[in-house]
Design a protein around this ligand. Structure first.
Ligand SMILES: [Zn+2]
Length: 394
């Protein structure tokens, strides 16, 4: 990891040569740069994840229920860990981009605590909320410490013969650079493979698609997450809250010299009731942008309680996005209150101490959401206060 200084220059070159991130503006392209590298020291492997979940399940004495929801393309388990038995449901996932790892550590800490801590606060959360955690949902990417999964277009055609003459999707990576070799080991950005129509079947005319168009559920990882989401709708009527844990580059809180610790957002597609969101009209009855904003404020406020500290350096992720192919965009259109966490990237430049702090910040934010939903306080939050969260200076 001695190449930190050349990273931003290299990144520009990659974007150009790869030509895969068609809309190059930062706002249209959330998440870490494609070639962002991390020291993975201190973060767990997929095998360790399985062991750790097993351990948490055992020590929780039946409180935490771990299951295999599906498998990655390379046959690795994609787990759900469920705890609580409330009527409200929160689905929270991490590492859909395999080089964005703090979310997995935060989820494991939370599952451990929720499954074993008998405090009044925890009990009230578990009485009101059913929490379904999906840590490391893209394990093939995690093992390769990269953004994209491990799947070729030829394999897609084997699964979906109707796509034989279609162009590979726009989020298919085949480039090589000093960091990644997608050329010999291609893969997809799984977080562009979602479709608000949860029963969508891939059709050749929808390829190669684009950032502002829905995805196709062609990757087994997106299919697994979609199936878990649909299962919860069947069981509970809806998924009240969906939280997606990511990393971004390094930025400043607007108008300050404070480095952003994490950015939040509740807006991934234009409101279907607005002019800009006309194409999503059929989802207008379900979409609840206000609730997403309230959930974000709950996370923000929880992080503010530490006062002037890195936990206070929280900003709003770029707004005015139109990303229906993201899990957040698709699930928001299906009526879930949605929250994006974008932890500051470049873990290697912070070392172990900072890593602990970043993981802790994610936990505090997610607990803020859980407590707000459990107590009902979140529903009383003034939606306008979302706008008080400072912007990100990019
Ligand atoms: Zn990401």
């Amino acid at each position: 990891m001695k190449k930190i200084k050349t990273l931003s220059a290299a990144c520009g070159a990659v974007l150009l040569s790869a030509g895969l991130l068609a809309p190059v503006s930062a706002a249209a392209n959330p998440g870490t740069p494609v070639n962002q590298t991390y020291s993975v020291e201190g973060f767990i492997s997929h095998e360790e994840l399985g062991r750790k979940l097993n351990q948490i399940e055992k020590s929780s004495q039946g409180q935490v229920d771990v299951n295999t929801a599906g498998y990655s393309n390379m046959g690795r388990e994609i787990y759900t860990a469920r705890v609580g038995d409330g009527d409200k449901v929160m689905l929270v996932q991490s590492e859909i981009h395999g080089n964005e790892k703090t979310g997995t550590a935060a989820l494991l800490n939370m599952l451990q605590q929720l499954g074993s801590n008998g405090s009044k606060e925890i009990r009230s959360i578990l009485n009101e909320v059913t929490i379904v955690a999906m840590p490391m949902v893209n394990p093939d990417a995690s093992e390769l410490n990269r953004r994209g999964n491990d799947l070729s277009w030829n394999e897609i055609i084997e699964d979906f013969p109707q796509l034989e003459n279609a162009s590979p999707s726009w989020n298919y990576y085949t480039y090589t650079n000093q960091y990644w070799d997608y050329e010999s080991n291609p893969g997809f950005d799984v977080n562009r493979d979602f479709n608000p129509d949860l029963n969508y079947q891939p059709s050749p005319e929808d390829f190669p698609g684009a950032s502002s168009k829905p995805g196709w559920f062609i990757t087994p990882e997106a299919q697994t997450i979609r199936d878990v989401y649909k299962g919860l709708i069947k069981e509970f009527g809806k998924v009240d809250v969906f939280v997606d844990l990511h990393h971004q580059g390094e930025y400043f809180v607007e108008g300050t010299k404070d480095k952003v610790t994490l950015s939040l957002s509740g807006s991934f597609v234009p409101d279907p009731a607005s002019k800009a969101g006309e194409k999503y009209e059929e989802y207008a009855d379900r979409y609840d942008g206000d609730f997403s904003k309230q959930l974000n404020v709950a996370a923000y406020r929880a992080l503010q309680t530490r006062g002037n500290s890195p936990f206070d350096h929280i900003s709003l992720y770029p707004q005015d996005l139109d990303l229906p192919g993201t899990a957040l965009g698709s699930f928001a259109l299906n009526g879930s209150g949605t929250v994006l966490f974008e932890v500051t990237g470049q873990t290697q430049s912070y070392g172990q101490k900072k890593r602990g702090q970043l993981v802790n910040a994610v936990e505090m934010g997610v607990y803020g959401i859980l407590e707000g939903v459990a107590s009902g306080d979140v529903y009383a939050i003034d939606v306008e206060t979302y706008e008080d969260i400072p912007n990100t200076e990019r």
